[in-house]
Design a protein around this ligand. Sequence first.
Ligand code: XIL
Length: 352
Amino acid sequence: MSRLFALVSLVLFITNCAALAVLPDSTQPREATPVARAIEPSASAGGLQVKFRAKGKIYFGTCADPNTLNIASNTNVLKKDFGQLTPENSMKWDATEPSRGNFNFGNADTLVNWATSNGKLIRGHTLVWHSQLPGWVNNINDRNTLVCVNLRQNPLEMKVLISSKLQTTVIQNHAQSVAGREIFNEDGSLRSSVFSRVLGESFVTIAFQAARKADPAAVLYINDYNLDSANAKVRGLVNLVNRVNQANPGTIDGAGTQMHLQANGAGGAQAALNALAAADVKEVAITELDIVNASANDYTAVVRACLNTPKCVGITVWGVSDANSWRSGSNPLLFDRSYNPKAAYTAIINML
Ligand code: XIL
């Protein structure tokens, strides 16, 4: 009887895995053993996505939102070169619930629909963050309200719980979601925010468990900035991930480093990725890359670091063209203001 049960379970397991897995392509070396994504990203031959994928990585992505999806020269580049999109602002809490109970998913819907109809993976961004947080959340002082009410109404869960349209598209697309981010000070201690003030460190586990329940298919990441070398902040994050996953195995799937770098700032990228990959996570990623002046050397150093890290599954650059970058003044991206590829783009393509 128990053998029969075991067999049935195994069959169910295999059936589920088969339904979810990215189909193996024997011509492609698979370096990492990441969580399976349901879609194979679509892009053009010769572009960043296809070449990076051929090296065994899953995606080369960027951020977008309706303001950049309205620009034809931008979407031409997205279609050709990128396999993954992160909403730049539209899923942040101040965008989705500016006042309590008042939801606005219009821009997030536009992003998800565009990504889905163009075959791009999505990274949700972001669930728990001290910034771009509406005042009404900042003013919450009691544990029960913050946990029981607000964690059910946040940007990540809204994708899966509140809008049924989004629920369908996001689950089919196997969204890769960023659950917790920017929660550390530079010395590796926990940053002060409404979440840490009211809930202490437990907010991390609470947020990840809520996200897991809302979308069991999502790949859940912890993500932060200034994780650009093997520094104290990296050690703080690694220790926290290990504590959380030891107490509740499988809570956090991945660790992300944003990498908003200065010129000549790529020297520590490999050490940072090595340290993050040594944590108790299935995979790591570079989630918001941009580099002041965008030198070819800096960009290729970061891309090489991901290539050399078996657990590194993908790179997301924080925008396409310098014209639309949040650091526009420092020209940190791979395409110039006319959407033409810059030297760093060509250097990456040649390297791949
Ligand atoms: C930035 C956006 O690019 C800007 O448009 C917005 O005004 C501020 O936020 N780390 C993050 C991103 O996780 O969400 C931030 O994006 C850049 C820093």
